[in-house]
Ligand binder design. Structure first.
Ligand SMILES: NC(=O)c1ccc[n+]([C@@H]2O[C@H](COP(=O)([O-])OP(=O)(O)OC[C@H]3O[C@@H](n4cnc5c(N)ncnc54)[C@H](O)[C@@H]3O)[C@@H](O)[C@H]2O)c1
Length: 440
């Protein structure tokens, strides 16, 4: 099948490359010339494990090309996927669907034959109908269908998630569109991955409900963690103990510094706005947003406590800047709240991150980027473990403590055991959902 994908971000590029790997003929479009130039050279504008190899294989096989020219890309395409951004709209918290509608208009102007216009971007309920209206207004004679096909991939594991999804959601209005979608996903259907055919509105709602549920689960354990710190319980033990309950499950029960990333913050805000607009306030989701903000602020208090109430004159080593490991994505990363607070309090900050520097340099002015955890810790007064990259999971704690001016550690991902950290020579260790420990 010939398919066009609009937007070569985390979702569009992974989708395009994976569809090509299914054997389809894919053209990826982006209006960002820099990204297209890189992709045409075989370079990848984002960091996503395994994507380079898959891209090279499918480009070499002639199934994958890149262009800025949307009309060329969609000529003869049976389906066009819209995978552009839907960021939070400034001021009101709504999802900004203007990029989606602009893409729909461009498709309408360029298309000549029957085409299924598939929205992969996360969009509020009713957007797919708006997409149809925009297309009809721009090209009244065009024969087309719309489909809603929200994406559930996780950055850092995107290829595996796309190739081995828990489910594929397909919202359609006609059998004809359903047949096109079934043909696109046939390789996954043949391997028994569930495909849920539903209506447009339900498909749109499924994506928001899924993300809001996961954000709630994370926030729940983060709030339990705060209570554990006051009561002497250990949140890791609590998470293990409740996670064995099949009704609860052990995923998304890792307490941390509050959720961030490109999806949960904006999608919870958008769902809250959708609820308010329909007179059905999403009170749980609204509370999750509020509690998450509190948790992020609490992290700064935790660090301040560890530093005798002042960051002034201290040197802080920050391990990890991206919102989670295995991505270069800095959107809504906890680092964007914590690092400015350290700098604002008068600290000197050194940051290390395996893939965060390119994005992070502009977002975190005033910090010094260093190559690794040991360079960051040299002469420092506090070490903050912010992102659970593998390379931070087995550090030589004795070496770190020995090289610091004041060996204090805040492990905001609960990677280490308090006993090990203190034994290695650290004076104090703070983590999440466990009482702060000091060397006796
Ligand atoms: N990132 C994730 O993990 C993830 C997961 C599931 C769903 N989503 C959803 O998928 C959508 C895309 O997210 P993303 O993270 O890939 O975004 P992104 O910001 O990384 O990429 C969007 C791309 O679209 C391009 N673009 C915008 N308008 C265009 C147009 N008219 N023509 C051509 N290109 C255009 C931009 O230049 C950019 O490269 C969002 O709605 C997001 O909520 C994201």
């Amino acid at each position: 099948m010939k398919i066009a994908v609009i937007g070569t971000g985390y979702v569009g590029l992974v989708s395009g490359v994976c569809f090509a790997d299914f054997g389809h003929d894919i053209v990826c479009v982006d209006k960002d010339q820099r990204k297209i130039d890189m992709l045409e050279r075989g370079d990848i504008p984002i960091f996503e494990p395994g994507l380079d190899e898959l891209l090279a294989r499918n480009t070499a096989a002639g199934r994958l090309t890149f262009t800025r020219d949307l009309p060329t890309a969609i000529a003869g395409a049976e389906a066009v996927f819209i995978a552009v951004g839907t960021p939070t709209r400034r001021g009101d918290g709504h999802a900004d669907v203007s990029y989606v509608l602009a893409a729909a208009q461009e498709i309408a102007r360029a298309a000549t034959d029957y085409v299924v216009v598939v929205t992969k971007s996360t969009v509020p309920v009713g957007t797919n109908r708006k997409v149809a209206e925009v297309i009809k207004a721009a090209n009244p004679n065009l024969d087309f269908d719309v489909a809603s096909n929200p994406e559930f991939l996780r950055e850092g594991a995107a290829i595996d998630d796309f190739m081995r999804p828990d489910r594929i959601i397909v919202g359609v209005q006609t059998d004809r569109a359903a047949a096109v979608m079934a043909a696109i996903y046939r390789p996954l259907f043949l391997r028994d991955f569930p495909i849920v055919r539903t209506d447009l509105e339900s498909a749109e709602m499924i994506k928001y409900a899924a993300n809001a549920f996961l954000a709630t689960k994370v926030t729940f354990i983060n709030e339990i963690a705060s209570l554990c710190e006051r009561t002497g319980a250990d949140v890791k033990e609590v998470a293990k103990g409740i996670g064995y309950d099949g009704r609860i499950g052990n995923k998304f029960l890792h307490a941390g510094p509050g959720f961030g990333g490109s999806c949960f913050p904006k999608d919870t805000k958008a769902l809250a706005r959708i609820g308010q607009e329909h007179g059905v306030p999403m009170r749980i989701v609204e509370t999750v947003i509020e509690v998450n903000e509190q948790i992020k602020r609490r992290m700064i208090e935790k660090l301040r406590d560890l530093c005798d109430d002042s960051f002034a004159g201290k040197t802080v080593a920050v391990l990890g800047a991206t919102f989670k490991p295995n991505t270069d994505d800095m959107r809504e990363s906890p680092a964007l709240t914590i690092v400015p607070a350290l700098l604002g309090g008068g600290a000197t900050v050194r940051v290390t991150d395996p893939h965060g520097k390119a994005e992070g340099e502009a977002l975190l002015p005033g910090v010094t980027w260093v190559a690794n955890a040991y360079d960051a810790a040299e002469g420092a007064d506090l070490l903050v473990l912010l992102t659970a990259w593998n390379e931070f999971r087995a550090l030589d704690l004795t070496r770190l403590a020995g090289s610091m001016r004041t060996p204090l550690m805040a492990d905001l991902r609960n990677i280490y055991s308090p006993d090990d950290v203190l034994k290695a020579g650290f004076k104090a260790y703070a983590s999440i959902g466990r009482a702060q420990r000091s060397a006796s």
